[in-house]
Design a protein around this ligand. Structure first.
Ligand SMILES: [Fe+2]
Length: 454
């Protein structure tokens, strides 16, 4: 990361896919209330939607995963809408860091993957480092380590239990043991449990799941292997021969309480949800046959490296896992109604991927699944439009599941314009109820959250 220039071009190399088109970073930090809105903002929609994503400040990054985090916020106040974007100003902002050596510095986060709010704190996350705290104005406050109690990274996919208010998360380490650690934070924001877990080898663990009584880890074979780093320049490789396992642990248990269940080798970047049903645990996941087959740089390696909706049913009595593909449509970035995390969710939402191209291409459909039947509804965003992670917003705090809105940051490729679409979740295939055109292009990014006012 030390031979960048601001034009985005590294010496004579052609731009990699993750710096082309709408993957390319934007340069300005804006605050703008004078927005073009088509349709009508739903009455009573008050709060802040924030989405995080990689936006290399220098114009160059070696990998999509490595650019500086940039937050794009759209705030709703009694019908008034304001857009604001800000970098997460970690040490990575002022000084380009060598990505590999930054693994050893827990503060040196790009903070580019997700943003969550728990116990009043907004935390910008990236899985190899500590969280960075920002405020609702998206200004960076500093590194966040639970008063010194957190001495490892935080996954970019922690889960907030809707029933207890606890924040549950894990960290993986590619370098030193323990290769996996589990953490539990009280609803008041105190780190109350740190639990090392033994796994056979370091693996990249991007997401996981919780249920009412358990947490479920995915030990899948993107393996850290220093021999690979020497031969391919990447410390990661997909090694199906290492096998794949799901680890079920009681939420308040210890590393010795974990039970491992073998599954077919595969990779899952993201999961929809999990729930318990008698003595079974049912997970819905975005499962792909393989991942990073050409090393870390090749996040896209054709159709087999894009996910589909699968269901895993873990039978805790007989120790088996039933694996079922529920749909053949390529998709990822799954979300549910967050009030159903860990309990049975009837619906899941995700974005389609186009596997007919030779680089990672986000499609023009948002999907809504009935997770029980696997049936799918499609929201067509229009020709030459690419979707983004769909986030569900309940109409009222206690309204039933799926009664609310889907928000997604989408991109009109021809016009090079980005907009936030708001879709009535119960009329999912109908045109959006509102489209908010943003004052600048929003590069394709990762994950976001809705933070209701009050
Ligand atoms: Fe993710």
């Amino acid at each position: 990361m030390n031979n960048q220039n601001i034009t985005g071009k590294k010496d004579s190399e052609p731009l990699p896919w993750h710096l082309q088109g709408n993957w390319a970073p934007v340069k300005k930090e804006l605050t703008e209330s004078n927005l073009t809105i088509k349709g009508e903002i739903p009455r009573g929609l008050n709060g802040l939607y924030v989405r995080n994503g990689a936006n290399p400040r220098s114009g160059w990054s070696d990998h999509w995963f490595f650019g500086n985090g940039m937050l794009h916020g759209i705030k709703f106040e009694e019908g008034k809408v304001t857009y604001k974007n800000r970098y997460v100003k970690t040490p990575y902002y002022d000084k380009d860091l060598d990505v590999i050596s930054s693994f050893g510095d827990l503060k040196a986060s790009s903070a580019n993957t997700h943003i969550i709010k728990h116990a009043g704190k907004l935390l910008a996350l990236e899985e190899a480092h500590l969280p960075w705290e920002v405020n609702e104005e998206l200004e960076t406050l500093g590194v966040f380590n639970y008063s010194g109690k957190l001495n490892g990274a935080m996954t970019a996919h922690p889960r907030i239990c809707p029933e207890t208010g606890e924040l549950l998360f894990f960290a993986y380490s590619l370098v030193t043991e323990p290769y996996l650690t589990y953490y539990r934070v009280s609803s008041e924001g105190e780190l109350i449990q740190t639990e090392p877990i033994e796994i056979p080898r370091p693996v990249m663990m991007h997401d996981w799941n919780i249920t009412r009584n358990h947490v479920i880890f995915m030990d899948l074979p993107i393996v850290s292997d220093m021999d690979l780093a020497i031969t391919t320049g990447s410390p990661f490789g997909f090694k199906p021969e290492c096998g794949a396992r799901l680890g079920v642990m009681p939420r308040k248990g210890t590393g010795t309480d974990i039970r491992w269940f073998e599954i077919d080798p595969c990779y899952v970047f993201h999961t929809f949800n999990a729930h318990e049903q008698e003595n079974k645990i049912i997970l819905h996941v975005s499962r792909q046959k393989e991942a990073m087959v050409g090393g870390l740089k090749d996040i896209y390696g054709g159709d087999s490296t894009v996910a589909r909706l699968w269901r895993w049913t873990i039978d805790l009595d007989n120790g088996t896992v039933q694996e079922e593909q529920l749909d053949d449509a390529p998709s990822d970035f799954p979300r549910i109604d967050d009030r159903k995390i860990g309990i049975k969710a009837e619906h899941g939402y995700c974005v389609q991927f186009d596997t007919s191209t030779d680089s990672l291409t986000i499609g023009k459909y948002l999907y809504k699944y009935n997770l029980t039947t696997g049936s799918r509804q499609s929201h067509d965003l229009g020709n030459n439009v690419a979707g983004g992670e769909p986030v569900f917003i309940p109409q009222e705090p206690y309204s039933s599941e799926d009664k609310g809105w889907i928000m997604s940051l989408v991109h009109e490729r021809e016009e090079r314009k980005s907009k936030l679409v708001i879709i009535d979740s119960q009329n999912f295939e109908s045109p959006p109820v509102a489209e908010i055109y943003l004052p600048q292009r929003v590069p394709y990014g990762a994950h976001g959250s809705w933070m209701p006012a009050n």
